[in-house]
Write a protein that binds this ligand. Sequence first.
Ligand SMILES: *[C@@H]1O[C@H](CO)[C@@H](O)[C@H](O)[C@H]1NC(C)=O
Ligand SMILES: *[C@@H]1O[C@H](CO)[C@@H](O)[C@H](O)[C@H]1NC(C)=O
Ligand SMILES: *[C@@H]1O[C@H](CO)[C@@H](O)[C@H](O)[C@H]1NC(C)=O
Ligand SMILES: *[C@@H]1O[C@H](CO)[C@@H](O)[C@H](O)[C@H]1NC(C)=O
Ligand SMILES: CC(=O)N[C@H]1CO[C@H](CO)[C@@H](O)[C@@H]1O
Length: 631
Amino acid sequence: MVATRALDLTSGLATLSLLCGLFGSAKGVSLEVSTEGGNSSSPLLYGFMFEDINHSGDGGIYAQLLRNNGLQGSKPDLTAWGSVGNSKIAVDSDNPLTSAITHTLRVDVPKEATGRVGVTNAGYWGIPVDGSNFHTSFWIKGKLDGDITARLVGNGTGTEYASKSISVSSNGNKFTVVDASFETTKAPDGNVYYELTVDGKSVAGSSLYFGLVQLFPRTYKDRQNGLQPKLANALESVKGSFLRFPGGNNLEGDDGGSRWKWNETIGPVEDRPGRQGTWTYPNTDGLGLDEYFYWCEDMGLEPVLDVWAGFALQSGGNTPITGDALKPYVDDVLNELEYVLGDKSTKYGALRASYGRDDPWPLKMVEIGNEDNLGGGCQSYSERFTAFYDAVHKAYPDLTLIASTSEKSCLPSSMPKGAWMDYHDYNSPDGLVGQFNYFDNSDRSVPYFIGEYAQNGVDWPIMQGSVAEAVFMIGLERNSDVVKMAAYAPLLQLTNSTQWKPNLIGYTQSPTGLVETSSYFVQEMFSVNRGDTIKKVTSDLSFGPVYWVASSAKDAYFVKLANYGSKTQDISIAISGKNQGKLTVVADDDAKAANTDTETPIAPTDSTVSAKDGKFTFTLPAWSVAVLAAS
Ligand SMILES: *[C@@H]1O[C@H](CO)[C@@H](O)[C@H](O)[C@H]1NC(C)=O
Ligand SMILES: *[C@@H]1O[C@H](CO)[C@@H](O)[C@H](O)[C@H]1NC(C)=O
Ligand SMILES: *[C@@H]1O[C@H](CO)[C@@H](O)[C@H](O)[C@H]1NC(C)=O
Ligand SMILES: *[C@@H]1O[C@H](CO)[C@@H](O)[C@H](O)[C@H]1NC(C)=O
Ligand SMILES: CC(=O)N[C@H]1CO[C@H](CO)[C@@H](O)[C@@H]1O
């Protein structure tokens, strides 16, 4: 969170346009886009920020579908698990799978057992069965010679969406790995559970132990241990330029011990202990360091890796780590960077190669900490930033290093050359509009990353807030010589378990359960229509309630507009030599309208527009965002 800065309404023209807004606009807004000169615009401007919040990772974009599948977290329990037949289930700590997966699921089968016995898993508030080829795997200990049946079953209906009989030969001495692929039938909703059963008689009076049970649909780009296609495809359509990960607060941990530790998120999943995440639930870390880089590679995103900078979130009495005590954490980051960037001759580069990735990852940007201006981090940040900066810059002089705040009082008195600053803004719609000119005439010497921003105070993005975000983004784009990157946050939300609202995209476990919010459409429209040069725009009016920015890329011109008001606005745009265009508009007369899990009234529309007498003319609806792409 950051304090809202006051709207700078110094110009009389701004007041005039406000009055026009009040009394209706007879005259309209006429814009002339210069085809000469202009400032260069960052090629990375729009992208994504990701952390596991609201089950956006486990239960979300990480495609593994069973909840509590490795009995991880600070207090392993039977969450999501159930028993079948007259067997009894328990969390077992005497039969660990590995030194990382220390708990397994014990199934006690009574002597008199008949029929099927086994376990069920309810998934993350259900399981999305999309009709693709699924894959399941688990470890089993206990004597069994026979078939285990894996099924996907409608919860309440009993409808079977998949059934696979897997032949197993296991014993009581050690864990045996089992895996199988099988066809599924697409389910109409997400109310589906997973089941593993055996013939009760064949195992009567014994105990079976199950370790790390996994279930995957066909993943995005068929990547092993990969992403959920429904969500990955929605992100791919935005054509973002970068991905910031793994947090956010979830990087920091509630205390130093529970911070995100890169070295515990790599290698075989059975060697990843997982951790109690910052957002109340256990993280499996199946979506680990390498998986983030594969995500970037598969979606064409520049990775922005956030590293822990000696500061945890611990409520009340935060004690940042400073002085000599920082050294091991600085070394840990250098090891992490060697894992990412080192070739196979280095210790950690060789480790990465042993996990299947020979080539170093193309990492160019590293952020040092997260929101160190907040919660008692400010005073020590200058020292902490400098310690990490100096060590990392010395080892990797080509990396762009980003401070986690732009508050001068938390930063070194002069920022090292080439370093950037991160600025976050969660705000009311009016507050975001008030930030429109925040970067106008700001010091150009230290570039900005807008690592997180969004409207706040609502359950789902509302149209007024999405227009306000567009106004804020127009301000960013106008200043995209110094504002290099910007990301809406948070990105994804499982509607059944949400901690922070609103989010860009909502989803349920129905195969078709995807909510593209009004803010999602704004992100998409702004990202796919990008120029490399910001053009001067001349108008007889000042900004508000209509805001605009124009850019060009070779012969194409893009004019982005936002109407932050309840009246329609007549627009006229002249771009010398341009007569044909596509106009994309997203709007709703109702400022409070929102796409939610129950209704989706808002969707962008495209139309073809032609210039008459050298001018494109059209009417912007109330509360609207529009992009004119002219060629
Ligand atoms: C069926 O859904 C209910 C409600 O979400 C859940 O409590 C129950 O565990 C599910 N059943 C199975 C077998 O997972
Ligand atoms: C999850 O939420 C959706 C609505 O967002 C609802 O239809 C569904 O029944 C919920 N599922 C569970 C298991 O609570
Ligand atoms: C990961 O590194 C930390 C030091 O930052 C260390 O305490 C921990 O034991 C390491 N974990 C593994 C699995 O090597
Ligand atoms: C280019 O940047 C300068 C410095 O911030 C600014 O004064 C000028 O208005 C910008 N020009 C355009 C076309 O945005
Ligand atoms: C507000 C809210 O829904 N919070 C939920 C976030 O997720 C955790 C863990 O799944 C739940 O316990 C919270 O209730």
